[in-house]
Ligand binder design. Structure first.
Ligand code: AMP
Length: 362
């Protein structure tokens, strides 16, 4: 790191920045976050510059105070990154933002690398939508190219009548519906020296489009684990990526299709804090700080359960063997991710017993 070598800058001050700051601390690194909302989740662990992400003076202050800058969300305004890049290393690269912030560019990039996805067509108007439906068939999913997340900005088209009910404008893609067996994700990390590692895959369950739980290591064939690792490695090399990223996958039984990539630490990797030798947060910090990567091996079977809307009573979680509470100290709001609980166990059977106890509380 150059400049104030022992300080990490983060664009965004949510729970991901909070957990990155927590991981940076024992490595002797201080953290400064740039975040417009005062008292953000990261502010208890990091110094905060309270300003808009595009505020030039705030960006210059962040660069002046930090040796390296990273971010916790993919919709970082490109001019902000360009301003920072002029004076400080910024990881992951801006190209990763360009690719991941547009579903069309993202899927084109994945396919170019030989990473299969659901079939898709760009949609710019009603005629384009009808042509796309004719080519891909139904059911299909219409999605906004930009700013969609957690199932927002998506419309299911089951039959002709649905076509009249969905928006038919520019900036959309139609995706063929994948009748997947389950959803998996691979979290990977690439170091500044090109070193590369993946975590064991996680199996993810969602509630209304929002991640509810991740189970890792997923029960998966060695062949599919290797396939996911191959996808991640190809993408990391192509982007000359530095840091942690995730690829969400559909397991069709026969193969794995990529759904989308996230150029940051990922909710489906939160299990690694207690469940892996080195957490995704520590490995991201190591990567962007130019340190050697830590082992991504799992310590044992792990379950991560998100706390949506409200937090459970800490005493109830603490009473469950192997349970670890993570409170993001966020205001309760319907559907909002306000924390998570990780369950660890020496074996699968014990994990099941503990999961049953947790289910009673959550
Ligand atoms: P996304 O916003 O792309 O992450 O999608 C949110 C969720 O919608 C995914 O986790 C899947 O459960 C579902 N989904 C998205 N795309 C497809 C697809 N092409 N086929 C089937 N389900 C999908």
């Amino acid at each position: 790191m150059s400049g104030p070598a022992t300080t990490l800058g983060i664009l965004g001050g949510g729970q991901l920045a909070r957990m990155l700051a927590l991981a940076a601390h024992p490595l002797g690194l201080r953290t400064v976050v740039l975040e417009p909302k005062a008292n953000c989740p990261a502010s208890a662990m990091a110094e905060q510059i309270t300003a808009d992400y595009e505020d030039p003076a705030a960006l210059d202050e962040l660069a002046a105070r930090c040796g390296v800058v990273t971010y916790e969300f993919e919709n970082v305004p490109v001019p902000a990154v360009e301003r920072l890049v002029a004076t400080r290393p910024v990881h992951p690269p801006a190209e990763a933002l360009r690719v991941s912030s547009d579903r069309r560019v993202e899927k084109e990039t994945l396919n170019l690398l030989g990473i299969p996805t659901a079939p898709f067509r760009a949609v710019d108007d009603r005629a384009g939508l009808e042509a796309a439906v004719a080519e891909l068939g139904l059911p299909a999913l219409l999605k906004t190219r930009r700013l969609g997340y957690d199932g927002k900005g998506q419309w299911m088209i089951r039959d002709g009548a649905d076509i009249d009910a969905v928006p038919a404008r520019g900036g959309l893609i139609l995706e063929g519906f994948v009748p997947f067996e389950r959803e998996l994700s691979v979290v990977a990390v690439r170091g500044a020296d090109g070193s590369f590692a993946t975590y064991p895959l996680a199996e993810n369950t969602h509630r209304q489009g929002v991640l509810l739980a991740s189970r890792a290591p997923a029960t998966i064939s060695a062949e599919h684990q290797a396939l996911a690792e191959d996808y991640a490695r190809k993408l990391a090399e192509h982007l000359q990526y530095v840091g942690v990223f995730a690829i969400e996958l559909f397991d069709t039984g026969e193969t794995l299709l990529a759904n989308e990539m996230a150029p940051r630490v990922h909710n489906s990797g939160h299990w690694t804090i207690e469940g892996a030798e080195t957490s995704q947060f520590e490995n991201h910090v190591r990567a962007v700080a130019g340190l050697p990567l830590g082992s991504t091996a799992a310590r044992g079977p792990t379950l991560m359960r998100n706390c949506l809307s409200t937090m459970p009573a800490p005493a109830e979680i603490a009473a469950i063997p192997g349970a670890h509470l993570h409170d993001y100290v966020k205001e309760a709001r319907p559907g909002r991710k306000v924390g998570h609980v990780t369950l660890t166990a020496p074996d699968e059977a014990t994990l099941e017993q503990r999961a049953a106890l947790l289910a009673r509380v959550l």
